[in-house]
Design a protein around this ligand. Structure first.
Ligand SMILES: O=C(O)CCC(=O)C(=O)O
Ligand SMILES: [Fe+2]
Length: 298
C-alpha cells in the first residue's frame, strides 16, 4: 500500500484555505475558509484537496439553502436533489434528509450516492441543520486505498468484473407508494428504476487511480458469475472496503459541511439516535463510470 505524507498539502499561511489531513489516506479538515465567499483560487485548492483526501470537513459555516446551492454551483454542475425522492426542500437541487419526515429512510448501509443511475453524482455536499445531542456520526471509506491494499491476484480478478446496481432495493417501495411517479432527474420524470451496470473497479476520471466501486446499498450482484460466486466476492470486497484503516468518522456539529468525492468513497450514517436529525445535501453531476481498459461502463 502506498503511504502518503501527513503534511498539510497547502495553506501554511493565512492567505487561503488550510488543509489538515485526518489520516494517511482519507479525510481532511479545511480551515480558514468561508464557503459563501470562495475565490477562484480557493475553489482550486478545495478541488485539489478533494481529489487527494476524498472527504473534506468545514466547520463554523452558516449556509442557507441558497448558499448551499451557490456553493455547489461554484464546485460543479448540480443535479436535482434525488432521482426518486420528490423534492422536499426549498430548492429543487436540495435533498432534505429529515429524520422526522414520515418518508425518511436511514442511510445505515454502506453506499455511494445514487450509483443506480448511468451517471452517478461525482460529489456530494452535506450540511448539518439539526443534530441530536449525540450520535448520528457519518463514516466514509476510501475505495482507492481499499483497492491498493488488495493482494495483486485479487486486484486482477476484480479488474475484470462488472456489477449490477439496483435502486429498487432502497427506493422501489417509495416509488410504488407514489404511484410510480418519482422526481424529475435530468429533465425526465422517473417512473421506474431499471438496474444499471458499472465496472467493479472504477478508474477515477481526474486522477486515473483505481478504486472499488461496489457497495451493499445498491450493488445487487456481479455479472457473469454464479450467485454463490457473486455473494462471496462481494462479501470479501465489502469487508475489505470497510476495514478501519480505510475509514474516517465525522461527529457533526452545527455549522458543519462535508464535501466528498463519490468516485473514490462510500459512506454510512450511524443509526444510533432518536432525537430529530436534519441534514441537507446537494449533488454534483458526474460521468459514466469507466473501468480499467477493456471493462467499459455500460
Ligand atoms: O445523514 C448522513 O449523515 C448521510 C446521509 C447520506 O447518505 C447522504 O447524505 O448521502
Ligand atoms: Fe449517501
Amino acid at each position: 500500500m502506498t503511504i502518503t505524507t501527513d503534511k498539510p498539502t497547502t495553506g501554511t499561511t493565512n492567505l487561503g484555505p488550510r488543509i489538515e489531513p485526518l489520516g494517511p489516506c482519507i479525510g481532511a479538515r479545511v480551515r480558514a475558509v468561508d464557503l459563501r465567499q470562495l475565490t477562484d483560487s480557493d475553489v482550486a485548492v478545495v478541488h485539489e484537496a478533494l481529489l487527494r483526501h476524498k472527504v473534506l470537513f468545514f466547520s463554523g459555516q452558516e449556509l442557507t439553502d441558497d448558499d448551499q446551492v451557490a456553493l455547489g454551483n461554484r464546485l460543479g454542475d448540480l443535479t436535482a436533489g434525488h432521482p426518486v425522492a420528490k423534492s422536499n426542500g426549498s430548492r429543487a437541487e436540495i435533498y432534505n434528509i429529515d429524520s422526522t419526515d414520515p418518508e425518511f429512510s436511514f442511510s445505515d448501509v454502506w453506499h455511494t450516492d445514487v450509483t443506480f443511475v448511468q451517471r452517478p453524482p461525482a460529489g456530494s455536499i452535506l450540511r448539518a441543520v439539526t443534530l441530536p445531542p449525540t450520535g448520528g456520526d457519518t463514516q466514509w471509506a476510501d475505495s482507492q486505498a481499499a483497492y491498493r491494499s488488495l493482494a495483486e491476484p485479487v486486484q486482477h480478478l476484480v479488474d475484470q468484473l462488472t456489477a449490477v446496481h439496483d435502486g429498487n432495493r432502497e427506493w422501489g417501495a417509495y416509488l410504488r407508494r407514489h404511484e410510480n411517479r418519482g422526481n424529475v432527474w435530468d429533465g425526465v420524470e422517473v417512473t421506474s428504476i431499471p438496474p444499471v451496470e458499472h465496472p467493479v473497479v472504477r478508474v477515477h476520471p481526474e486522477t486515473g487511480e483505481k478504486g472499488l466501486f461496489v457497495q451493499p446499498g445498491f450493488t445487487s450482484h456481479i455479472v457473469g458469475v454464479s450467485d454463490a460466486e457473486s455473494r462471496a466476492i462481494l462479501d470479501l470486497l465489502y469487508a475489505h472496503l470497510t476495514k478501519p484503516e480505510h475509514l474516517v468518522r465525522h461527529r457533526w456539529s452545527p455549522g458543519d459541511v462535508g464535501i466528498w468525492d463519490n468516485r473514490s468513497t462510500a459512506h454510512y450514517a450511524n443509526r444510533d439516535y432518536t432525537a430529530p436529525r436534519v441534514m441537507r445535501r446537494v449533488t454534483l453531476r458526474g460521468d459514466v463510470p469507466q473501468g480499467p481498459a477493456g471493462v467499459p461502463g455500460r
